[in-house]
Ligand binder design. Structure first.
Ligand code: C2O
Ligand code: CU
Ligand code: CU
Length: 477
C-alpha cells in the first residue's frame, strides 16, 4: 500500500480561529540549504564524551540585505547537530551567553528529570553555565534540543534556539539506511517566521494560539536547495515550529518511505505520498530519486507552498531494498491493577488548560512508578470554531499509540513516540512506561499554549529509591 492521506481530521488543520497566517512565497533567491555541522566533542575518553553547548546571540543572513539578529547553539541560528550513541556516558557543559535566563531541554532523551532533562527547573542564568551528565540508554532516533524556561520557551525558539540530535545504536546501524551525514542523511528542521525590516519581532507576530510566520524555512534557509548526489536520501524531518502543522508532499506526488518516528525506527517501513507533522513530531523518511535524471528538480511542499528544492545530480545506481520488517517493538503489557490515567487538553487562546488547571512549577500533578506500564487516555475536548489540534508531549519517556477514538492508530504510528497530535474531540490512548526517575513535564507542544500553562508535571518514582526534589517557582526564572 502507498498511503496518500494525511490521516488527520482535515477541518481542524487550519480553521482554528481568526488568527491563522497562511504561508507566502518569499521573494528571495534560491540558496544552498544550510546543513548544520556536527558538533565536535571537547574530549573523548573511552566511553565518556564531553561537549560544550553554548546558547549564543548572533547575526544570520536570512534575507537579502541586513542580517537578522538570531540566537543559536554553537551557531548564530539553530545549532550544530549533536550525534549521540546509545550506551555512552555524556558530560555536557551548558553555557548561557544570552542576555536572559534559558534552559536546555533534550526533547526525546529519556534522561533523569527535572534537572538533567533541562525543563524549567534547570535554569542557566545569563553569563553562567551548568554541567550535566547522563548515560544514554535508548534506541536510535532523531531528537532535538530547545529551551524550556517558563514562560519564555516560545519566544526563545522563535529567536532561533533549536538543534537536531541524532541518536545512533547498533541495531539501526545494521539496517540498510543512508547514514552519511550531510550527503545522504540530513536534518530537515521545519519552521515558519515573519520578518520586519529583516528582523524578528516576536511580540508583533505573537498569537496566543501559536505564533505563525509567513515564510517557510528549512534549517534556517528560505528557498533552500539541496544537491542530490546519491539515489537514496534520508530526511530527518522535525517540526520545529512554535505552532504550525506541516502537511508534506512532493510537488510531483513522488512517494517516499517513512522509516522512523519520534522514538526511533518503525517496525515496518511505510510507503506514503503525504505526511503531516504536528509541532515537535519527527519523521525520518527515505526518498528514492532513482526515477529522476540529472538536472531534474523536485520540491518538498507543505500544502501548496514550496518548502525546499531537491536538485538531482549524477549518482550511482542503488538497488537497496528495505526489509519488510525493520525492528522489533517491545510488547509492553499494562501492569495489572492500575487504572487508565486520564488527561484532558481543553480550550484555546487564553483559556487553554491541562486537566482543568494551569501549570504550577511547585505542584506535582501525578505519579507513575518507574517500570510500570500504564495506559493513558489523552483527550482534546476542544470543539470551538472547529477546534484545533493539540500536540501532546511527555518528557522522560516514550509511549506507544494504542488507538484514536477507539480506532487503530495511523499506519505510521506503530513505533515509539514522545509527541502525538490529538484532533479536536478525540481521545488518543497511549501506553506509557518510565525507566528513569524524575519530575517531568507533559504538555501541549504548541509553544504558546505551553507558556500560557497547558502543562503539568509527573513524578516517575521508585519506592525503593525515594527522592526529594527542590522545585523552583516561576520567580526563579
Ligand atoms: Cu520539546 Cu517540554 O518539550
Ligand atoms: Cu520534551
Ligand atoms: Cu495546544
Amino acid at each position: 500500500t502507498v498511503y496518500n492521506n494525511y490521516f488527520y481530521d482535515e477541518p481542524v488543520y487550519d480553521l482554528h480561529d481568526g488568527g491563522y497566517v497562511p504561508l507566502e512565497h518569499a521573494d528571495v533567491p534560491e540558496q544552498p540549504l544550510n546543513v548544520p555541522a556536527v558538533l565536535k566533542p571537547d574530549k573523548v575518553d573511552g566511553n565518556d564524551v564531553w561537549y560544550t553547548i553554548r546558547a549564543q546571540a548572533g547575526e544570520t543572513q536570512i534575507l537579502p540585505g541586513q542580517k537578522t539578529k538570531t540566537w543559536g547553539y554553537n551557531a548564530s541560528l539553530l545549532g550544530q547537530t549533536i550525534v549521540l550513541k546509545d550506551g555512552v556516558h555524556y558530560h555536557v557543559h551548558i553555557v548561557n551567553d544570552l542576555p536572559e535566563v534559558t534552559t536546555l531541554h533534550w526533547h526525546g532523551l529519556n534522561i533523569p528529570g527535572p534537572i538533567t532533562d533541562g525543563g524549567p527547573h534547570a535554569p542557566v542564568y545569563p553569563g553562567k553555565s551548568r554541567d550535566i551528565e547522563f548515560t544514554l540508554n535508548q534506541p536510535a532516533q532523531t531528537d532535538w534540543i530547545h529551551p524550556h524556561p517558563c514562560p519564555n520557551t516560545a519566544r526563545q525558539v522563535w529567536q532561533g534556539l533549536a538543534a537536531a540530535v541524532v541518536v545512533t545504536d547498533d541495531i539501526e546501524g545494521k539496517l540498510p539506511f543512508p547514514r552519511d551525514y550531510g550527503v545522504d542523511d540530513i536534518p530537515v528542521v521545519l519552521q515558519d517566521r515573519s520578518y520586519h525590516d529583516n528582523q524578528l519581532d516576536y511580540d508583533a507576530d505573537y498569537d496566543m494560539d501559536g505564533t505563525l510566520g509567513k515564510y517557510m524555512l528549512v534549517n534556517g534557509t528560505i528557498n533552500g536547495v539541496f544537491d542530490v548526489t546519491t539515489q537514496r536520501v534520508r530526511l530527518r524531518m522535525l517540526n520545529g515550529a512554535d505552532r504550525r502543522e506541516y502537511r508534506l508532499h512532493f510537488s510531483d506526488d513522488h512517494e517516499f518511505t517513512q522509516i522512523a518516528s519520534d522514538g526511533g525506527v518503525l517496525p515496518e517501513p511505510v510507503q506514503m505520498k503525504k505526511v503531516m507533522l504536528t509541532a515537535a513530531e519527527r519523521a525520518e523518511v527515505i526518498v528514492d530519486f532513482g526515477d529522476y535524471k540529472p538536472g531534474d528538480r523536485v520540491q518538498l511542499m507543505t500544502d501548496d507552498m514550496p518548502v525546499m528544492t531537491f536538485a538531482i545530480g549524477d549518482f550511482e545506481r542503488d538497488d537497496t531494498v528495505l526489509p519488510a520488517h525493520l525492528v522489533d517493538i517491545e510488547d509492553w503489557q499494562p501492569t495489572p491493577g492500575l487504572p487508565v490515567e486520564k488527561t484532558v487538553m481543553s480550550g484555546m487562546d487564553d483559556e487553554v488548560l491541562l486537566d482543568g488547571k494551569l501549570f504550577d512549577m511547585q505542584r506535582i500533578d501525578r505519579r507513575q512508578q518507574v517500570g510500570t506500564v500504564v495506559d493513558w487516555d489523552v483527550t482534546n475536548t476542544n470543539e470551538m470554531d472547529g477546534g484545533m489540534i493539540h500536540p501532546f508531549h511527555m518528557h522522560g519517556c516514550h509511549f506507544l499509540i494504542l488507538s484514536r477514538n477507539g480506532h487503530a492508530p495511523y499506519p505510521n504510528e506503530h513505533g515509539f513516540k514522545d509527541t502525538v497530535g490529538v484532533n479536536a474531540g478525540e481521545t488518543v490512548r497511549i501506553r506509557v512506561k518510565f525507566d528513569v526517575l524524575g519530575v517531568f513535564m507533559y504538555h501541549c507542544h504548541i509553544l504558546e499554549h505551553e507558556d500560557t500553562g497547558m502543562m503539568a508535571q509527573i513524578e516517575a518514582y521508585d519506592p525503593d529509591q525515594p527522592q526529594t526534589y527542590h522545585l523552583l517557582s516561576m520567580d526563579d526564572l
